[in-house]
Design a protein around this ligand. Structure first.
Ligand code: ADP
Ligand code: MG
Length: 320
């Protein structure tokens, strides 16, 4: 199937005079039209920096894309100027974050904020934008959208704000929606509702979604395709059913075998002995070797390539 987005050898580093943090270090993946790609990995593996890189939102001046290509709908986002990128954002591609409060302006009513997006990107009149905003809010499950549009962000719960963000982003019918841990801050029941909502919207609008999470349970529910990230790289990717059925990278195996421990906020934590190496000081060989029960000598000295072991199934491990 045709790719909407194709990321090749993407590298995003933070550099200061004293050190270099390789947040994203040679990432390859693609997103098919209308499909959900889940990117999963432990905290610090580079998931957020990957998504910010795609949106042209890497925090400068220290952070920047140093190498790679991001082909989106026929154009390379890495080479695109800021004006053109900001036209694309909220239009052909949109992003929702873990904490929607950060993306909503506390000083303006919800309705004004959704209408602003619609007037700017879809060139609707005020009246058209108002009707569309109401329709969008209804579509994300608010039975009385007229009440929501005249509310301020702080008057809504976290789950309601996240649904508002989804309504706002989907209003522009983007070709690609990037959702960076959109349900992590929500309690489990609300989380399930938001996931349902995103799945429905995907079916209705054909929007492709990059869904970032550290929760494999969420991947199992949402993903058509998945990519497992570790220490700034993809270590395994492919169709979600194939990867779940036959995980090949020792890290993926460890993730899938790891016992979920339920913490107070119901977050499923990944528990694999050892820690992710520092992005300021990666080892020369395989970045998982330190924690890998199968590692041999050569794993510590040479970095394995991401290889296609069966059609569409990629693995970065010398042992498989
Ligand atoms: P994830 O989203 O998977 O938890 P991130 O993409 O946020 O991971 O971070 C990847 C790496 O980049 C981490 O090592 C993190 O410390 C580093 N990093 C993130 N933001 C900055 C920054 N502004 N300056 C320097 N390093 C950063
Ligand atoms: Mg993150």
């Amino acid at each position: 199937m045709e790719a909407l987005l194709k990321v090749s050898n993407l590298k995003t580093y933070f550099s200061t005079s004293s050190r270099q943090v390789k947040a994203v270090d040679g990432v390859d993946f693609e997103v098919k039209k209308g499909k959900v790609l889940c990117i999963v990995g432990e905290s610090g593996s580079g998931k957020s920096m990957t998504s910010l890189s795609l949106m042209g939102l890497v925090p400068g001046p220290n952070g920047r894309i140093v190498e790679g290509e991001v082909m989106f709908d026929g154009e390379d986002l890495v080479k695109m100027d800021e004006k053109r990128l900001s036209d694309l954002r909220g239009n052909k591609m949109a992003m929702i974050f873990q904490e929607p409060m950060s993306a909503l302006n506390p000083l303006f009513k919800i309705g004004e904020q959704i209408m602003e997006v619609l007037m700017r990107h879809r060139k609707l009149s005020r009246n058209e934008a108002r009707s569309k905003a109401i329709a969008q809010l209804r579509s994300v499950g608010f039975p009385q959208p007229e009440m929501i549009i005249s509310s301020y962000p702080h008057q809504l719960s976290g789950g309601m704000r996240q649904r508002v963000m989804i309504a706002m982003m989907m209003a522009c019918e983007p070709k690609l929606l990037i959702a960076d841990e959109p349900t992590t801050a929500l309690d489990v029941t609300i989380q399930a509702q938001v996931l349902d909502l995103m799945r429905n919207l995907k079916h209705q609008t054909g929007t492709a979604i990059i869904f970032i999470t550290h929760d494999l349970g969420v991947v199992a529910e949402m993903a058509d395709d998945m990519a497992v990230m570790y220490a700034g790289q993809i270590v395994e990717s492919g169709a979600a059913d194939v990867v779940f059925d036959k995980p090949l990278h020792p890290y993926t195996l460890a993730l899938m075998g790891s016992i979920p421990s339920i913490t107070e906020d119901n977050e499923r934590l990944i528990t694999i002995p050892g820690t992710v190496p520092s992005a300021a000081n990666f080892p020369v060989g395989c970045r998982f070797a330190e924690r890998c029960s199968m590692a041999r000598g050569s794993c510590h000295t040479s970095m394995p390539e991401l290889r296609e072991l069966s059609p569409g199934h990629f693995v970065r491990c010398a042992l498989v």
